[in-house]
Design a protein around this ligand. Structure first.
Ligand SMILES: *Cc1c(COP(=O)(O)O)cnc(C)c1O
Length: 354
């Protein structure tokens, strides 16, 4: 039986998706060829990427609303510089909620002036700043919807006239939002969608007209959009598996269904973290992420025992990020409720034995 996989990324994918993906590597569409050895311009693959792009927009309720979905390479990290390269003419506003936001800020500084509207660095990023003003004279506002490392999540987004760009790498397709508030959304595939290698970019078509300088082709959103995400060879395997995951999500009932399940999983774990005297959550309760729960043991001396216990329970990937320590349970879309129950059972057992 498969282990309970709480890995933060790359991370768990649905078993049915992994099975179909492995079959396609050997024999895709019963055509006696592998998915990864056919031309990316052949009709079978064009159908795959078109379906993946359409499903992404459909899940976000952005189909027929003037948006384009692209599957690019270079990870979410390349989006830190690509967003600024294309859209930072003079000045941009950033909300700093953790490591990923900080990296986005550093990259953007290469292209123009930055206004950090607020930062939670003063408390090791354990909360989401709420009181801040976005200047009206900036080219865009950039934020990170879910802070994978610290375990905080933005529950609401500011109202502003300036275009909004959001790094949704670790919570895309996990909850319902008004996605039409965003001009550009990006997300690395390896947190909630597929294998590393592809990055989903969803961009408002009007926003493409605001590209502010000459940008080399590979980093130019308009070039990729004009070429239907096929300017060069796309990461075919990652795109295919992403398509399978988006189909899986649609069959389940889409974001509405998965959001409810994700809420149940998060409630189950946070309730135990709060109840069990041996554990303590690391972030502000109202800002807790439903995707990545961070917590520590009150008594560090129990660490070895707890580690042995969860490993024996066939739990994987519970170590906290090196910059935070403690534990982090990542509960992405494909993680079943029974895996969270398995972790909670271990926490209760530790309490009995301690
Ligand atoms: C993982 C992650 C990234 C970095 O993604 P790469 O694909 O490794 O570049 C950026 N932002 C967030 C929110 C992430 O979780």
């Amino acid at each position: 039986m498969k282990k309970h996989n709480f890995s933060a990324g790359p991370c768990i994918l649905p078993e049915s998706v992994l099975k179909k993906a492995s079959e396609a590597v050997i024999n895709f569409n019963n055509d006696d060829l592998s998915l990864i050895e056919i031309s990316h311009r052949s009709q079978p693959f064009v159908d795959v990427i078109e379906k993946a792009r359409a499903l992404a927009l459909e899940h976000l309720n952005l189909q027929d609303k003037g948006y384009t979905a692209l599957f690019l390479q270079g990870g979410a990290s390349s989006q830190f510089l690509m967003t600024a390269y294309n859209f930072l003419d003079k000045k941009a506003a950033y909300l700093n909620t953790g490591t990923w936001s900080s990296k986005a800020i550093e990259e953007a500084k290469l292209f123009g002036d930055l206004v950090e509207v607020a930062s939670s660095k003063d408390k090791n990023f354990n909360y989401i700043p709420k009181e801040f003003t976005i200047p009206t004279d900036v080219d865009y506002f950039h934020c990170t919807s879910n802070n994978t490392i610290y375990g905080t999540q933005m529950k609401s987004f500011p109202e502003s006239e300036v275009p909004m760009i959001c790094d949704m790498s670790s919570d895309i397709f996990s909850r319902q939002l008004d996605f039409s508030k965003f001009d550009l959304i990006y997300a690395g595939a390896q947190k909630n969608m597929g294998p590393a290698g592809a990055t989903l970019v969803v961009i408002k078509n009007d926003f493409l007209d605001k590209i502010c300088r000459v940008v080399p082709s590979m980093l130019n959103y308009k070039m990729h959009a004009d070429k239907d995400s096929m300017y060069n060879t796309p990461p075919v395997f990652s795109v295919y598996v992403s398509m399978l995951t988006l189909e899986w999500l649609k069959e389940l009932g889409g974001i509405n269904f998965i959001e409810e399940l994700n809420q149940k999983k998060a409630d189950l774990l946070y309730t135990e973290i709060d109840r069990n005297p041996l554990f303590r959550g690391l972030v502000n309760k109202e800002d807790r992420s439903n995707m990545n729960a961070t917590f520590v043991l009150e008594n560090e001396q129990l660490q070895e025992r707890f580690n042995t216990m969860w490993l024996d329970a066939r739990i994987n990937g519970l170590e906290g990020h090196r910059s935070v320590g403690g534990y982090r349970a990542s509960m992405y879309n494909a993680l079943p409720l029974y895996s969270v129950q398995a972790l909670v059972d271990v926490m209760k057992e530790l309490e009995r034995k301690a």
